[in-house]
Structures are given as structure tokens and as C-alpha cells.
Ligand binder design. Structure first.
Ligand code: MG
Length: 389
């Protein structure tokens, strides 16, 4: 029997402190939500994955979920409760009786836990994974202890929470009609309307990533795991020169920089991306960019150089490799590159599947020496470190 999953990613996630909402920050070279979605997409018992996102996050979500077989996201409401109601409603026409609801910020959910929740739904209307509270609990309003709370029978609950689809849908609709607010999980909505909810054993690693420290720790954990499986460390270099010609902008690392000239070349002539592509191909021991994309072939005329870089990444993926870091230097008198480095990193990070702190982009001049000093063209140099199994 098929099971629908609602992934709740509506939060703006300000607590994590990064520039991006926490569900879109990178851990182990992928956005947090990618790991979460992947766990459900790969589970044989799950037939439909419906995500609820915040308005304005459409582009972020599209990039984070590229290549995953999931439904188009729906836009959530002002609160988690509201977003869940909207996500569940989006599943109502599916041929399924079971729905799991899961936080996007819990990327370490295991296949075993998903299976356990689904199996338990055969005999329960509602199921939540939880951990028995081990610490002594104090009630301390305003920071002053009022009394000790008996922890006997107390559970700290997680997601995925599983329900009979029609029951939880009806409960959410009633809560909405009755303007019941502040229900922080779906089990709380279920309780209000008499749905019996059973607690099963959760997993310590299925924690919710909430703070900037949680994100850092998760990243370190995934990188250490990936590295331990890939001990063959290789370095590659790439160098590219392009001449200027009449034009109005220069493309470097995929970013258009306004200028009174353009770079001459068959594609978009993005010298920095060409150097980076050659560095990755070099680390793999493959031929250079021209071997895969001959300049004599008219189909590469005016194309974005991102497709060349993607080819190198595909070759790396095919060998189950990962990038450790890349370092790019652009040598030019003009245009000024510095103000565009942040945009370049935004663009390269998802393509390379590495966090921004593993990408260096620098610019320098030749102190007006030589052809580059005379502003006849520019050059780009790149180094890439990769790890292979
Ligand atoms: Mg080139």
C-alpha cells in the first residue's frame, strides 16, 4: 500500500544564523532538505513526496531538489500548523490512506524509522516517534524554578508522524475553522479531536537542526563520513586565456559583469569556468575541455559554460568522487571582479556540491605588465582537490 509524505519546509529559519534559511544551508555538500527528501524518495514504501515551502523560496527549493522525483511544492501558511494543513490537503486526491508528516530540518531520518512508522499505522490511527525524557524536568517560568516535573511517562517527540490521511485532514480543518492556534506538531492537532496517537521508539540521530552549531556539526559528520570512504586524494589544475573584443559584458564563473568589452570565444568564453572545468578533469586524469567540447563543433556556439562544468561533475559523480575544495584566481586589469565573488560562489556551490567555504575566488592584476596589463584579455587559473574511493 502506498504512503504519502508531507515535508514541512515553510520556516524562514532565522535561528540558524546563516544567510540562507536553515533547510537550504549546505551539509555534506548538499542542502539540508536534499538529504531529507532523498531519505523518503529512496524508501520503497513511499509513493508521493509533497513539500510545503515558504513563499519566495521557489528558486531555492528548485535548486535543492533538482533531479529528485517529487511533487511540485505548495506554498505554506504563516505557521507550521497552517503549512501542514495545506500540505495534507494537497494529498487528498491520492490513492493512499496513510500520510507521514516530517520536518525538513531532520535530514538524518533513517529508512528503518520510516518503515516502523508506516508499519505501526496498520494498527494505530496516529503514530509518533519519541525518546523517553532522561533529564530531570523543571518548571521554571522566567528562569526561576517553581517545581520539579515528574518525568515518568514524558516523551520528547520527533517526526515523521504518521496518520490516517482522512482523519488528520479532518482534524486540521476543524482546528482551522475553530481558530485553534499554537499547535506545534500534528499529534497535538490529532489529540484535540480524539485521534489516538501511539508513541514508538525514535532515534537519537533523527535530531532537528536548529542552530548554526547544529548545521556545522551535521556538515562535519557528513564530510568525515564521505572522506573516510574516499582516501584517494587528487589535485588538478586548469589555465585559460581569452582575448577581449567589442561588447558590453564579461561572463566569469557564470556571473555577467558589465564591461565595455566582452571575451572572445566560441561559448560564452567564461575563462574562469573553463579553468575550473579543466582543473576537475585534470584531477580525474581525463582529457581537457576541448576533448569533450571541440571548439570546431557549432553546437557549443554561445552556450553557457556551466554545461562544460556539469560534464566534469558528471564524470566525477560516475566515479563516486567528491570535491574537497576549489581555488580560482582571475588575472585581469578590468573589470573589477571583487564585488561579484559572492554571486559567483552562490552559483558554483550547488553545481559543485560543496559548501561556499570550500570555494575560493580571488582576483589580481599584472601591475599593467604584458598583454593582460594592456587590457587585451584576461586569464584564469584554477586548482581543484577531489577525493575518489
Ligand atoms: Mg576557454
Amino acid at each position: 500500500m502506498s504512503v504519502a509524505v508531507v515535508i514541512v519546509a515553510g520556516g524562514a529559519g532565522f535561528r540558524a544564523g546563516g544567510e540562507l534559511p536553515k533547510q537550504y544551508q549546505f551539509i555534506g555538500g548538499r542542502p539540508v532538505i536534499w538529504w531529507t527528501l532523498k531519505a523518503f524518495v529512496d524508501h520503497p514504501g513511499v509513493s508521493h513526496v509533497q513539500t510545503v515551502i515558504a513563499t519566495g523560496h521557489e528558486g531555492l527549493f528548485a535548486a535543492a531538489s533538482e533531479g529528485l522525483k517529487i511533487a511540485s511544492p505548495v506554498i505554506g501558511g504563516a505557521t507550521r500548523q497552517d503549512s501542514c494543513r495545506i500540505g495534507i490537503a494537497a494529498c487528498e486526491n491520492l490513492e493512499t490512506r496513510k500520510v507521514l508528516i516530517h520536518d525538513a530540518a531532520r535530514p538524518f531520518v533513517t529508512a528503518e524509522l520510516i518503515s516502523h512508522v508506516i508499519a505501526e499505522l496498520d494498527r494505530s490511527e496516529g503514530v509518533v516517534p519519541g525518546l523517553p525524557v532522561a533529564d530531570t524536568m523543571k518548571l521554571a517560568p522566567g528562569g526561576l524554578v517553581e517545581r520539579t516535573v515528574d518525568r515518568q511517562g514524558l516523551w520528547s517527540v520527533q517526526t515523521p508522524q504518521g496518520f490516517d490521511l482522512l482523519s488528520i485532514k479532518a482534524a486540521h480543518e476543524k482546528a482551522y475553522e475553530q481558530k485553534l492556534e499554537g499547535l506545534t506538531d500534528d499529534a497535538a492537532v490529532a489529540e484535540k479531536f480524539g485521534i489516538k496517537v501511539r508513541v514508538i521508539a525514535g532515534r537519537v540521530e533523527n535530531r532537528k537542526l536548529t542552530t548554526a552549531e547544529d548545521i556545522r556539526e551535521a556538515d562535519q559528520f557528513l564530510i568525515t563520513k564521505a572522506n573516510s570512504e574516499r582516501l584517494d586524494v587528487r589535485v588538478g589544475q586548469g589555465i585559460d586565456f581569452h582575448e577581449f573584443e567589442a561588447g558590453n559584458c564579461v561572463v566569469l564563473c557564470g556571473v555577467k559583469i558589465p564591461h565595455d568589452k566582452k571575451l572572445k570565444g566560441h561559448s560564452d568564453a567564461d575563462a574562469a569556468m573553463h579553468a575550473l572545468t579543466d582543473a576537475i578533469l585534470g584531477a580525474l586524469g581525463e582529457g581537457d575541455i576541448g576533448a569533450y567540447f571541440p571548439p570546431s563543433d557549432p553546437q557549443w556556439k554561445n552556450v553557457s559554460s556551466a554545461i562544460f562544468l556539469q560534464k566534469a561533475i558528471d564524470l566525477l559523480d560516475a566515479r563516486n568522487g567528491i570535491i574537497s575544495n576549489v581555488d580560482i584566481t582571475i588575472l585581469a586589469e578590468a573589470p573589477r571582479v571583487g564585488p561579484h565573488i559572492a554571486a559567483m560562489k552562490d552559483l558554483l556551490s550547488p553545481l559543485l556540491h560543496v559548501s561556499q567555504h570550500r570555494i575560493a575566488i580571488k582576483a589580481t592584476t599584472t601591475e599593467q605588465l604584458g598583454a593582460i596589463g594592456r587590457r587585451e584579455g584576461l586569464a584564469a587559473f584554477a586548482t581543484a582537490t577531489i577525493r575518489l574511493p
